[in-house]
Design a protein around this ligand. Structure first.
Ligand code: ZN
Ligand code: ZN
Length: 305
């Protein structure tokens, strides 16, 4: 992955992992990337906000650690590491990066992980259930830094100078979507979301909570895993078609839709075709919806209206 570096000005999103379901590596994933969900939202004067802990988190951690080393080698006081994680759900592709996130091992690290409330215990207890021997040699509390898990449902809360909205979205296990408002911009993140998990809903129905997350957002990162043909046999997977992603973006008055959570069966050329189809659909709507496909390493400035 090549992270495009640019002077830090304004609000920006950096895509470290854009793949759904499982990490994959082959020549056909070269342009869009094979790491799973992880996106950083950064702005001067604010601690970073990280959407999901997929395998893309490892690369982000290496960049942070490199900056830390440079500060120490320059005999400067290293800046303590603080960040907020907005975790959508506990499927493997959204949590596998945490044990490989090197900043979390620093004693000065303070990481707040907001994630979906669970029925089987606190978020920390349930997360520890999959990150502990024999599944993994260490637990979250053994990472070294202060990693705090915060249970979230349909909540609105403030973090670090920004407003966050969390709403349940339709997926195969308890899953949240998020909206964050920061420095006059609004960003929505619905990585795993599909109408097929609610069989009584029509395929074009948009729940109120989804509209509350996406309403007029400057950028919406939305599940776009399937073509409409694939969806016919995979609707119970809990993911969306590109048609549904465009529909949500148009109904909510979004400015820029980023197709996200690319299916591992889709190589770069297939994602290109889906993007072309989504742009064609968007151009037929009444608004001026911009559409792109999330690509690992891409930096997207978020500009207020
Ligand atoms: Zn996923
Ligand atoms: Zn999932």
């Amino acid at each position: 992955m090549t992270i495009l570096t640019s002077p830090m000005s304004g609000v920006r999103l950096t895509f470290y992992g854009v793949r759904g379901s499982t990490p994959c590596d082959a020549a056909r994933y070269e342009r869009y990337g094979g790491n799973t969900s992880c996106v950083a939202l950064e702005a001067p004067g604010h601690d970073p906000v990280i959407f999901d802990l997929g395998t893309g988190l490892r690369e982000y951690g290496d960049i942070v650690t490199e900056q830390f080393r440079a500060e120490l080698e320059g005999n400067r006081l290293a800046t303590p590491y603080r960040s907020t994680v907005l975790l959508t759900h506990l499927h493997w592709d959204h949590i596998m990066g945490l044990p490989f996130f090197t900043p979390a091992f620093r004693p000065d690290a303070v990481i707040d992980v907001y994630g979906p409330r669970q029925e089987g215990g606190s978020l920390l207890e349930v997360f520890t259930g999959v990150m502990s021997p024999p599944y993994f040699p260490i637990t979250p509390v053994q990472l070294g830094g202060t990693v705090t898990f915060r249970d979230v449902g349909e909540d609105d809360f403030a973090i670090n100078g920004s407003k966050v909205r969390a709403r349940w979205v339709r997926h195969t296990d308890p899953t949240l979507g998020y909206r964050i408002e920061l420095e006059g911009t609004s960003v929505a993140y619905l990585s795993d979301h599909g109408p097929g998990c609610a069989p009584d809903d029509s395929d074009d129905f948009i729940p109120k909570g989804v509209l509350e997350l996406c309403d007029g957002a400057d950028v919406l990162m939305h599940d776009a895993q399937h073509t409409s043909l694939e969806y016919e046999t995979k609707r119970h997977f809990g993911h969306s078609t590109i048609e549904y992603a465009v529909h949500v973006a148009q109904e909510a008055g979004v400015r820029h839709l980023v197709l996200f959570h690319h299916c591992p069966t889709h190589g770069d050329d297939a994602v290109d075709e889906m993007l072309e189809r989504a742009r064609d659909l968007a151009s037929r709507g009444s608004g001026s919806l911009e559409v792109s496909a999330a690509a690992e390493g891409h930096v997207l400035p978020v500009v207020p209206r």
